[in-house]
Design a protein around this ligand. Structure first.
Ligand SMILES: [Zn+2]
Length: 67
C-alpha cells in the first residue's frame, strides 16, 4: 500500500465490474482489490476472509486494454 493510500484512502478505478454480490474495482494507486459497501455506500478494501462468498464470480475478463 502506498503512503498516499494510507493518508488519503484508496482511490478506486472508474472501471468497475459486478461480481454477483458487489461492485468491484482496483485501487488506481496500489492496485488493491476493492468493493463497494452497499450498507455504507462507500468503497473499501476487499477482505478475502470477511468478504468470502461462493456466489462471487471472478472478474470476467482481463480487459486491461479497454480502460
Ligand atoms: Zn490504494
Amino acid at each position: 500500500m502506498g503512503w498516499l493510500c494510507m493518508v488519503m484512502g484508496h482511490k478506486h478505478a472508474k472501471r468497475v465490474w459486478h461480481d454477483g454480490v458487489d461492485f468491484r474495482a482496483r485501487c488506481t494507486r496500489c492496485s488493491e482489490e476493492m468493493l463497494r459497501d452497499d450498507v455504507r455506500g462507500e468503497w473499501r478494501l476487499f477482505d478475502p476472509v470477511r468478504d468470502a462468498d461462493p456466489t462471487r464470480t471472478e472478474k470476467p475478463d482481463r480487459q486491461s486494454r479497454a480502460g
